[in-house]
Design a protein around this ligand. Structure first.
Ligand SMILES: Cc1cc2nc3c(=O)[nH]c(=O)nc-3n(C[C@H](O)[C@H](O)[C@H](O)COP(=O)(O)OP(=O)(O)OC[C@H]3O[C@@H](n4cnc5c(N)ncnc54)[C@H](O)[C@@H]3O)c2cc1C
Length: 614
């Protein structure tokens, strides 16, 4: 039984401490403890969720948001270019982290995007390597599908691209919403083909989403049941839950900061773990990893001084370079061609599906309502002259951003923008995503009318040019950090979201989908009548994230504003690394959980090869 108490920790000899038992943290813990001579302590602020339907049942996706037991319930600071709104930023709390809170989609970026990590100065971080580690993390479990349905719903996977014996299960939904078929055909008419195998480095087009579900049990597969629970028998894997790490304690040694302990709060008492043999790994996610670094004296000295923290490592990239997929929902009323989540307002039907789920692992709750996604290039959402104007506009806007940025971060940002411009110019690279939600997406800016049926398209940006930040808002380690995605700081981002909405509106008017659409719900007719200006206002008033923040502990050369090097070691320290999504220096054209698992897998091999060379 690896669960330990704060009082007993020091009776163990610990090789590695992992701060945060989330997606990447648990992968790393499981892989390192494959060696029985290596002892790992995971410290997780949340709890161990066992038999928690809100997590396990795929059809309950999203229900944990704003529940403080499951979600950190973060909000952004007021967004200057989005009507000063504060925006919800959910993050999974408890073992499994955001892998227990997410919407289950399993996607991969394009080959060029992963190869760009190496171009940015990170040797060994490229498509081939990350494909290897993604496959290592997963097992693809096929579900039976007829040839006719496989054609309609764009499913023809190349088995060599998918894992066969990794801990995480992925599969497809067992039932296919009819509206996906009409949507995919309409997209094809607008020049966006179906992509039956988006996992091989070409992710553009209309796809049916793979999801992190075990089709045998119909339960969510996530970091805790995949990587932790099967290893609970290991005596060298120690897990401390409901313990909030407040800082790492450093001592100077040979010109570097060496971590000599970690401090945490449990049940109102401050505890320390000292005497760790090898390393301290921060895996607290994109918002809390920079918070822990800053609380520990690693970051921009100007920021640290404000909170009375003595700077130990001058690292101005900590908490900077935050990027997020931002977007907005569009919803139309549709004809009732099939039973959807909208019908579950009927308590009798909801009960029937709950029973179906319990007894046969079937029905609505065995699937997710959002399993169709359309990835679009700039060319798909704009005319030739739009694209040309955009490129020019993007260039000017980026140049202005570069002029304002902290000089220590400028060269890194310049390199990122050069790559973004290249990706933007390519007809093969996705710049926007339309996520189909079959039914009325639960958003606060639209009211569902029982008895009606809806179709939602969430329209999101893939490669934001805007850069935000996450920094301390208080020296109190329990306070939320100040999260500022800085949405639409670059106007091109707003324009791209507006063009994506225009694409979605066009999709609704294109056969055969048009035959199902009754009329607009949101944006309303009044908004639509105002044209582009109306849509811009609509986006600013209602935008929100797709929950894929990255970049706040960027893996980049130090002279480019990096926080970690290509071995994930924090610059200026001798024994601290970051292993989570925050290390990704640039946003990708996909949902990022698969890649986060791959980061954990790759990190484990990096550590093993350094400490136990073959
Ligand atoms: C609502 C939502 C929907 C999403 N949908 C999808 C999707 O459909 N597909 C997809 O690919 N991706 C999706 N994502 C994104 C994806 O799940 C995350 O990007 C990924 O899981 C992040 O992993 P991580 O290891 O970086 O951090 P996390 O998994 O968040 O892990 C961080 C861990 O650290 C712990 N922690 C934080 N601070 C401390 C502290 N001070 N002390 C101790 N522990 C601490 C946290 O409790 C957490 O367990 C979604 C995310 C959310 C929130």
């Amino acid at each position: 039984m690896p669960f330990v108490t704060a009082a007993k920790i020091q009776s163990h000899r610990i090789d590695y401490v992992i701060i945060g038992g989330g997606t990447a943290g648990l992968v790393l813990a499981a892989r390192l403890t494959e060696d029985p001579n290596v002892t790992v302590l995971v410290i997780e602020a949340g709890t161990h969720h066992v038999e928690e339907p809100v997590i396990d049942v795929p059809g309950y996706m999203g229900r944990g948001i704003a529940n403080p037991k499951l979600d950190w319930t973060f909000l952004t600071v007021p967004q200057k270019r989005a009507n000063n709104n504060v925006v919800l930023q959910p993050r999974g709390k408890g073992l499994g982290g955001s892998s227990h809170a997410n919407f289950l989609g399993m996607f991969r970026p394009s080959k060029e995007e992963l190869d760009a990590l190496e171009v940015l100065g990170n040797k060994g971080w490229n498509w081939d390597s990350l494909l290897h580690y993604t496959k290592k993390s997963e097992t693809y479990v096929p579900v039976p599908i007829s040839d006719e349905d496989a054609e309609k719903y764009a499913i023809k996977l190349d088995p060599t691209l998918h894992g066969t014996d990794g801990p995480l299960k992925k599969s497809f939904t067992k039932e296919w919403p009819k509206i996906h078929e009409s949507t995919f055909l309409a997209a094809e008419s607008l020049g966006v083909p179906k992509n039956p195998e988006p996992s091989g480095g070409r992710n553009l087009g209309a796809v049916s989403a793979l999801i992190s579900v075990d089709p045998v049990t119909a339960k969510r597969s996530y970091a805790s049941p995949a990587y932790l629970e099967p290893n609970l028998h290991r005596s060298n894997l120690l897990v401390l839950i409901e313990a909030h790490v407040t800082k790492i304690i450093f001592e100077e040694a040979a010109g570097l900061q060496k971590a000599v302990g970690v401090e945490f709060l449990k049940d109102g008492t401050v505890h320390r773990v000292v005497g760790v043999q090898r390393e301290y790994i921060i895996a607290a996610g994109t918002f809390q990893t920079p918070q822990i670094l800053e609380l520990s004296g690693v970051g921009n000295p100007d920021i640290l001084h404000k909170f009375g923290i003595k700077p130990l490592v001058d690292l101005p990239g900590v908490g900077e370079n935050l990027q997020d997929h931002v977007g907005v929902s569009t919803i139309v009323e549709v004809k009732p061609i099939e039973v959807t989540v909208d019908d579950l307002v009927d308590p009798e039907l909801a009960k029937k599906h709950e029973e179906l789920y319990k007894e046969k692992q079937e029905g609505f709750y065995a699937m997710i309502p959002a399993s169709g996604n359309i990835f679009l290039s700039a060319e798909h959402i704009g005319s030739d002259s739009d694209v040309k104007n955009w490129q020019e506009h993007m260039h000017t806007q980026s140049t202005e951003t570069l002029a304002k940025v902290n000089p220590a971060l400028r060269s890194g940002l310049e390199k990122q923008y050069a790559i973004q411009r290249e990706l933007f110019a390519s007809k093969e690279q996705a710049q926007a995503e339309v996520l189909q939600y079959v039914g009325h997406q639960p958003v606060p800016y639209a009211k569902f009318t029982p008895g009606k049926h809806y179709n939602s398209f969430f329209c999101a940006l893939m490669h934001p040019l805007s850069r935000g930040s996450v920094h301390l808002a208080s020296s109190d380690p329990l306070a939320s950090p100040a999260i500022d995605p800085n949405y639409f700081a670059n106007e091109a981002d707003l324009d791209l979201v507006v063009h994506t909405i225009e694409f979605a509106l066009k999709l609704n008017k294109t056969p055969p989908l048009d035959a199902l659409v009754i009329g607009p719900h949101i944006p309303s007719k009044e908004v639509l009548e105002k044209g582009k200006a109306g849509l811009e206002e609509y986006v600013k008033a209602n935008c929100g994230p797709v929950f894929h923040p990255v970049g706040t502990a960027s893996m980049l050369p130090r002279e480019d504003g990096g926080v970690v090097d290509a071995t994930l070691k924090v610059y200026g320290t001798s024994n601290v690394r970051v292993v989570d999504a925050s290390i990704l220096p640039m946003e990708l054209s996909c949902h990022i959980q698969s890649l986060t698992y791959a980061i954990g897998e790759k990190a484990a091999d990096i550590l093993k090869s350094e400490h136990f060379p073959a």
